[in-house]
Design a protein around this ligand. Structure first.
Ligand code: FAD
Length: 289
């Protein structure tokens, strides 16, 4: 089922997983997805890695198994930096063959040797997908604190407007640790004529190291209240992870109370994160048992 139809019908709840790294068997991802499916998310998204440690060839098989074997809607990510139209055609053919209705159209991060070929921006990918007459429901990324490369706020919103005009159906946000950033962003979207549904993305921090990496790679700022939680949690990794999950659950409950279009949990492959998020959203009445 298309995610845009779900978003039109109700506030959604979704998870994200990544394909196993290195030589790990695909079965590890199937097992994680199967456990997450028991929490009845509206969809599970599967990330795409154009290089490095990930394996982009596994995105569609995992998404296909989520749809076919678990009966849960799958969202397959796709990055376009360094790709040609033929690569995108081949990917879409795989999605269609697997009965997957949803794609998240992304540019991907810049990396040495990954130069733009047929696509410079995510909006080019969205436009190409529409041009070739795809019936896929297309999501795109947005950034409550602005994209790290955007020199100005104006440029950041212009990029979103271009994705909307190219034919994106909805947006999923980058992680953020202060909900006020998201609320301000949502208002500004309207002022910049960006009217797509916006799914808020939340990632629980699970360690000091991880949150530092996130802040650097995504440009997400770390508010003092998060630093305090980490200081209070002390040096024990389990306490740090507990503090991160608790904080994320509070963020989710607050977003739920403030009328979001959808909540996406960057659960990655952590079942404890997925289950805790569901419990928090059941407790605040966003989800029904
Ligand atoms: P774009 O929309 O192309 O934006 C990139 C930069 O270019 C921005 O600064 C934007 O302002 C600017 N820009 C856009 N259009 C124009 C234009 N026409 N003229 C001038 N400047 C322009 N990465 C992965 O590798 N795999 C994943 O699976 C993945 N999943 C993600 C899921 C979500 C929800 C999010 C938020 C991010 C994800 N990413 C993923 C990371 C993403 O690839 C990076 O954030 C990347 O740097 C930008 O991707 P984008 O699609 O937002 O690019």
């Amino acid at each position: 089922m298309k995610i845009c139809d779900k978003l039109a019908a109700r506030q959604t709840f979704s998870f994200e997983i990544f394909p196993p790294k290195g030589e790990l068997p695909l079965e590890t991802a199937y097992a994680v997805a199967s456990e997450m499916a028991a929490d009845r998310p509206d969809w599970i998204s599967v990330t795409y890695s154009a290089g490095g440690s990930g394996n982009s060839a596994n995105t569609v098989p995992i998404a296909a198994s989520i749809e076919r074997d678990l009966g849960v809607t799958a969202l397959a990510h796709l990055t376009c930096l360094g790709s040609e139209r033929a690569d995108v055609d081949a990917y879409v053919a795989q999605l269609e063959a697997a009965g997957i209705d949803n794609v998240l159209a992304l540019r991907g991060d810049r990396a040495p040797g990954r130069e733009a070929r047929d696509f410079a921006h995510a909006s080019d990918l969205v436009a190409y997908l529409r041009e070739r007459g795809t019936d896929l429901c297309i999501g795109a990324a947005c950034y409550p604190e602005g994209h790290v490369e955007s020199p100005t706020e104006e440029e950041s919103f212009r990029a979103l407007y271009l994705k909307q005009e190219a034919g994106a159906d909805y947006l999923v946000s980058q992680l953020f640790f202060d909900n006020e950033d998201f609320y301000r962003f949502r208002e500004k979207c309207l002022r910049h004529r960006v009217r797509l549904p916006i799914v808020a993305g939340i990632m629980p921090f699970t360690s000091v190291k991880q949150i530092q990496r996130m802040a650097f790679t995504c440009g997400a700022s770390i508010p003092a209240k998060v630093v305090k939680r980490l200081v209070l949690a002390g040096d024990d990794p389990a306490d740090q992870a507990r503090a991160g999950i608790e904080y994320a659950c509070e963020q989710l409950a607050d977003l739920a109370a403030n009328g979001v279009d959808g909540l996406h949990v960057y659960s990655m492959n952590k079942l404890s994160v997925a289950h805790a998020a569901r419990e928090a959203l059941l407790a605040c009445g966003y989800l029904e048992a």
